[in-house]
Write a protein that binds this ligand. Structure first.
Ligand code: BES
Ligand code: MN
Ligand code: MN
Length: 456
C-alpha cells in the first residue's frame, strides 16, 4: 500500500493532466456530428494503453465506433482480469445550463467538471493508470485485458458482435468494470445488480396535416391530448405499471433480502433536498432504494408535439411523439417486454388516431454474485483502502453488456464503481471528485493483488 501511495503521489499531476486531455475530446456517440472526435478518442485511448505497457493494442473496427483492445499476459497460470469501460459520452445538452464548457474540464472545489468526468472516462482511466502503476512498480499480479468501447451510451449493439467473434481473445476469469456509483466515500459500497432496459419510441398521428385549432378543434382527435392520456394510463393509482403481463417474470425478493437492502445508509430528507422536491414518488409498497434497485419502472424520456416556438400559434397538431423507456429487473427479458409494450400501446389507441411503436435498443438485467473470489477480492481491496467493509447495493442504471459477458463468455462481473449518484451523470455539470479518481487508482491494484491471492 505504501508503494502504491508513493507512486500515485509522485505522478499525481500527470494523472490528472492526462484525464483532462481525454475529457477534452467531445466523444458523443449519439450525434453523428462528433464522429471524428469519437474516432480520435479511440486512438488516444489506444496510445495511452501502449504507453502504460499494454501489448497487442488494437483499435478494432466495428460496424459502428471502434473498440480499443490491449492486454498484458504475464503468466498463463495466473488469473486474467478483463477490464471493460466506455470512452463515449452522453450529449452535453442543454448547454446553457453548464457553468463551464462541458469539454473544457474545470476544477472547482476539488471536483472535475466535464461531460464524461465520471461516466465513464474518469472511471475507466483509473484502470489505465493503475495498470501503469503495477507495471512500473513490478507488482502486476494478474494477466489483464482491456476492452474499452465507444457505443455504450447508444446501446452497445456492435460490442455484442465483437464479443461473440472474439471469445478466445477475451477469455478471462472476471470482468472488472468501474462505471457505477458508491453510496459515499464514508460508506463505500459495491453495486451487485443493474437493471435492464427496453427503450421505445412512439408516434400518434391524427389528421393528415396541422389544422387550425378553431376551425377543426373539438371535432378531430388531438394527437397530443391522446398521447398524454395513453401515457398517463400506463400507471395506475398505486403507480403500478398497467401493461398486461409486465410483472409476470419479476422475481420478488425475500423479506431478508429487502431488509438487507433497506439497511444501507440512505437519507430520504437529503435526497429530497438535493433534488429540490417536496415528496418522493413511486410504486406503492416499496422504499426508495427498492424502487430504484429492485423494481421495474416506466419513464417518459422525451415528449413533443405541436408548436413549441416563441409566442402562440393556434394549431391542432397532426402528430405527437414520445420516447419511453422501461427499466427491468430479473427475470424480465427485454424483447418480451418490448413486445408486451407494443401490443398494449397499440391496443389502447382510439380509432381517431394511428399509433406506431418502434423499439430501440435494450438490455437484460443482472445480479452479480457476492460470494465469489472476485467479489471477495474487491471487498478486501476496499477494506484496506477505505478502512471499511463495502456494503452491497443494487444500482438502478443499466450496462447492457454485463449480461452478455455472462451469456456469451461465461464470465461474471464485479461492478467496482467509484462515482457518486450526485455526480450528475447525463446531466449538465457532470463531475468527478479528484479524491475519488486517486482513490480508485490506489484501490484497483489491491483488487488485482487479492484476486491473484484468493485464486490460488
Ligand atoms: N454508467 C452508466 C450506468 C450506471 C450509472 C449504472 C450509475 C449504475 C449507476 C451507463 O453509462 C449508462 O448510462 N447506461 C445507460 C444504458 C445505455 C443502454 C444507454 C442507462 O443506464 O441509461
Ligand atoms: Mn457509463
Ligand atoms: Mn451513461
Amino acid at each position: 500500500m505504501q508503494e502504491i501511495k508513493k507512486y500515485v503521489e509522485e505522478n499525481k499531476e500527470r494523472f490528472l493532466e492526462e484525464l483532462f486531455q481525454l475529457l477534452r475530446f467531445p466523444s458523443v456517440s449519439a450525434d453523428p456530428k462528433y464522429k471524428n472526435d469519437v474516432l480520435q478518442t479511440a486512438d488516444f485511448v489506444a496510445q495511452k494503453l501502449k504507453d502504460a505497457g499494454a501489448d497487442k493494442v488494437e483499435v478494432c473496427a466495428t460496424a459502428g465506433y471502434p473498440i480499443v483492445y490491449g492486454e498484458k499476459i504475464i503468466d498463463a497460470s495466473l488469473p486474467t482480469v478483463l477490464i471493460y469501460g466506455h470512452y463515449d459520452v452522453q450529449p452535453p445538452d442543454p448547454l446553457e445550463l453548464w457553468k463551464t464548457p462541458p469539454f473544457e474540464p474545470t476544477v472547482r472545489d476539488g471536483k472535475i467538471y466535464a461531460r464524461g468526468a465520471c461516466d465513464d472516462k474518469g472511471q475507466f482511466y483509473m484502470h489505465v493508470k493503475a495498470f501503469e502503476l503495477m507495471m512500473q512498480t513490478n507488482t502486476l499480479a494478474c494477466n489483464v485485458k482491456f476492452m474499452i468501447e465507444g457505443e455504450e451510451e447508444v446501446g452497445s449493439s456492435n460490442l455484442s458482435t465483437f464479443v461473440k467473434e472474439n471469445k478466445e481473445r477475451l477469455a478471462a476469469d472476471v470482468v472488472l468494470i468501474s462505471d457505477t456509483s458508491m453510496i459515499s466515500m464514508e460508506n463505500p459500497s459495491i453495486e451487485t445488480g443493474l437493471r435492464g432496459l427496453a427503450y421505445m419510441e412512439v408516434e400518434v398521428v391524427g389528421p393528415n396535416r396541422d389544422l387550425h385549432s378553431g376551425v377543426y378543434g373539438g371535432a378531430v382527435a388531438n394527437p397530443a391530448t391522446i398521447l398524454c392520456k395513453m401515457i398517463a394510463s400506463l400507471h395506475d393509482e398505486n403507480n403500478h405499471i398497467t401493461i398486461p403481463g409486465f410483472y409476470d417474470k419479476v422475481a420478488e425478493l425475500t423479506q431478508a433480502q429487502r431488509d438487507a437492502l433497506n439497511s444501507a445508509p440512505f437519507d430520504l430528507e437529503e435526497y429530497k433536498k438535493d433534488l429540490d422536491i417536496a415528496e418522493e414518488w413511486g410504486e406503492k409498497g416499496y422504499s426508495t432504494l427498492e424502487r430504484t434497485g429492485t423494481r421495474p419502472t416506466l419513464e417518459v424520456n422525451g415528449i413533443w408535439s405541436g408548436y413549441i416556438g416563441e409566442g402562440a400559434k393556434t394549431v391542432l397538431p397532426s402528430k405527437a411523439n414520445a420516447k419511453i423507456s422501461m427499466r427491468l429487473v430479473p427475470d424480465q427479458r427485454w424483447s418480451e417486454i418490448s413486445d408486451l409494450f407494443t401490443k398494449h400501446f397499440e391496443s389502447i389507441a382510439p380509432k381517431g388516431v394511428k399509433v406506431t411503436v418502434t423499439p430501440h435498443h435494450g438490455g437484460e438485467p443482472v445480479v452479480t454474485p457476492t460470494d465469489g473470489t472476485a467479489y471477495l477480492a474487491a471487498e478486501k481491496a476496499i477494506q484496506e483502502s477505505f478502512g471499511k467493509k463495502p456494503i452491497p447495493t443494487r444500482g438502478g442504471g443499466s450496462i447492457p453488456i454485463v449480461a452478455l459477458f455472462e451469456d456469451v463468455l461465461g464470465i461474471k462481473t464485479v461492478l467496482f464503481g467509484f462515482g457518486l449518484d450526485s455526480d450528475a451523470l447525463h446531466s449538465p455539470n457532470e463531475k468527478y471528485d479528484i479524491y475519488n479518481y486517486y482513490k480508485g487508482i490506489e484501490t484497483l491494484p489491491l483488487f488485482h493483488k487479492y484476486f491473484a491471492e484468493l485464486s490460488k
